[in-house]
Design a protein. Sequence first.
Length: 273
Amino acid sequence: MEKLNGVVMELEDLALSLVRGVVSTADPMTAFADVDVVLLLGAFPRLKGMERKDLLAKNNEIFIQMGKTIDSVAKKTVKVVVVGNPCNTNALTCMNNAPSIPKENFTCLTRLDQNRAKSQLANKLGVSVSQISNVIIWGNHSGTQFPDARHASVTLNGVSQSLTKALSDDAWIKSEFITVVQTRGGAVIKARGLSSAMSAAKAIGDHTRDWWFGTKEGEFTSMGVMSDGSYNIPAGIIYSFPVTIEAGGKWSIVQGLEQDDFATEKMKLRTTS
């Protein structure tokens, strides 16, 4: 609790005009009581020598309890964002243990991956990230994700155009670009000795802002949501799709995006990894 109190001090010292007060607690019943938004940032980390099944079992216990507590005391309209990895699986577990909360109110974070992808594309083109839109992350927040620039747009000289045509480097799009985004988290850890912090916080803010206020006209964003079977992704799993969001939070999976053989194979892999 001492370290948590240090976080409270920092929040106070930010002097944010929208912050009316901070409750510091280690009790989920207190933390989730009557809330509008839940950000589940942490999860049990994979320790040295730990098998994946043991990691999943440990996090399963945690997110079963999180789901039950949210179901018990949060508003029935609560929006839940799962960040702690494996976030897709953890979000599914949390959702399945909160039966009174609509399933569409559970999402997981892939916005960090989308932001990383936009940054790589902007650097390659020599433009601002603000000039790029509609980059997609399909699948999981993991090394198996599929960063997809085929439907992205870039604004050059005031005119919006196909990013892939403007870039004219299909080989890079299908190889180095994907690999760099997939492994960016590990590269950050190797460089600074710690996992992403500022970029992750920014992505959580981006995700939550868009979910609350909606996406811009003509643009979509990537979120891990419950699949409805779109693009032949098995229904009922949490999977990152391109979505549009109405003001108030109703999201819809973008339909009708053309898939070539390369993309179809990549997306299929992401449901079996």
